[in-house]
Design a protein around this ligand. Structure first.
Ligand code: ADP
Ligand code: MG
Length: 404
């Protein structure tokens, strides 16, 4: 079933982007998309800035959202995500900059004129209205014929899997069901774009997990261009085609999720998108010199005292004996089983603490204990050169190979 109109703007057009991720190519997704003849920009924000009193909430923010995509706008609390969303919706006015929706300048349009649907964490349903009337609200305002409204609401009830709940009131629904009604209400008038501001933020973890999967499936059916705000990087990875990472009111990096994870452009992005160990580059030399130490420099990077290694916990291998590859000798400090994975905290030369994660597997010898000496090899790491503010990805094979 599809509820999408065959709009000439291409807003509801299907895209293949999610099924063909390009994790390490490092190309700008904007360039990649622009090369596709049909790709249309559904949301464009240009040089947005906004102050609250003397506080600069967002600073010169520009980005584009390609029609049909589900894009996550993510960043820590207070980074300006909601401010940007409210400016796009027309609920807030920027000090400078503009908003284009499907190519048209929307900067001075009212909320109603923008044709934007939104679902906010605290944007409650109308309590005195049934589910059917909540969903029908935007259609009644537009004075559509009754039979048309009825058919459209039925279609949406099916889409959000709430057929049979039409006569209930919001107080008779669970939190997850209420947010599904809110989504149906937002989709009813066939918005040009859908804005979601932490829509599952108030729900418990299990329901959130289910709704994410559900939202992604729904988006694959409907293809309405969606901008999804979250501070939760796991949630973003689960639903989004593209990431726009924000910090302190500025765009940090834009691109496919996996590209940003593997090729962060800044220490902020590296740390925000998952766990990462940060070690001074000189630690590399702490392995025993007689047993396959790390080279004193990495190709393409002069050894600098202020360079740092960024290595993810799951990119570290651990063994009891040296195996001929470059490794760090380390002491096991703590072991924490976490269900599917086991987390180990290790110390290198006493003062450098690192974490690594191993898949729980009963057939493996994970019988490590605090106090044990182990040897750790990074499969993949990023060396951050503070002088040029750039990352150099390094993959350790039989010899060290740097990929610029
Ligand atoms: P996020 O959604 O990323 O958590 P917001 O966009 O809500 O961030 O807010 C960004 C910053 O602007 C925060 O520091 C917040 O306190 C401030 N801010 C937001 N709205 C207002 C307002 N109406 N008045 C004053 N400060 C505000
Ligand atoms: Mg917010």
């Amino acid at each position: 079933m599809t509820i999408a109109s065959s709009s000439s703007t291409g807003v509801f057009r299907s895209t293949e982007t999610r099924s063909k991720p390009d994790p390490v190519a490092g190309r700008s997704w904007l360039t990649t998309q622009a090369a596709t003849k049909e790709s249309t920009v559904a949301i464009e924000v240009r040089n947005l800035s906004k102050r609250y009193g003397t506080f600069q909430a967002i600073k010169d923010v520009s980005f584009e959202v390609i029609a049909g995509q589900l894009v996550a706008l993510l960043g820590p609390s207070g980074s300006g995500k909601s401010t940007i969303l409210r400016i796009i919706a027309g609920l807030e006015v920027a000090d400078t900059g503009g908003v284009l929706l499907t190519g048209e300048d929307a900067t001075r349009l009212s909320v109603q004129e923008r044709g934007v649907g939104f679902v906010f964490q605290h944007y409650a349903l109308f309590r005195h209205m049934t589910v059917r009337n909540n969903i029908a609200f935007g259609l009644k305002v537009r004075k559509l014929p009754k039979s048309e409204i009825r058919a459209r609401v039925d279609e949406l009830l099916e889409l959000v899997q709430l057929t049979g709940y039409a006569g209930r009131y919001p107080s008779q629904l669970s939190g997850g069901q209420r947010q599904r009604v809110a989504l149906a209400r937002a989709l009813a008038p066939r918005p040009k774009v859908l804005l979601l501001d932490e829509p599952f933020g108030a729900l418990d973890a299990k329901v959130r997990d289910e709704l994410r999967v559900w939202l992604r499936k729904l988006h694959d059916e409907v293809h309405v261009t969606s901008l999804f705000v979250t501070h939760d990087q796991r949630e973003a990875f689960e639903v989004a085609d593209q990431f726009i990472v924000l910090n302190a009111g500025k765009v940090q990096q834009v691109g496919p999720p996996q590209s940003l994870y593997l090729r962060p452009s800044s220490p902020f992005v590296a740390q925000f998108l998952g766990q990462v160990n940060i070690l001074p580059l000189e630690t590399i030399q702490l392995g025993s010199r007689s047993e396959a130490p790390f080279p004193s420099s990495l190709p393409g990077l002069a050894l600098q005292s202020d360079a740092q290694i960024y290595v993810r916990p799951h990119d570290l291998e651990v063994q009891r004996e040296r195996n001929g590859r470059p490794c760090w000798g380390a002491r096991v400090e703590r072991i924490t089983p976490l269900g599917g994975v086991v987390r180990m905290e290790l110390s290198i030369k006493g003062d450098h603490r690192i974490q690594l994660e191993l898949i729980s597997d009963p057939s493996l010898d994970l019988n490590f204990a605090p106090g044990d000496t182990v040897f750790v090899t990074p499969r993949h790491m990023n060396v951050f050169d503070a002088k040029s503010h750039t990352f150099h990805p390094v993959v350790l094979g039989h010899e060290i190979e740097a990929r610029a």
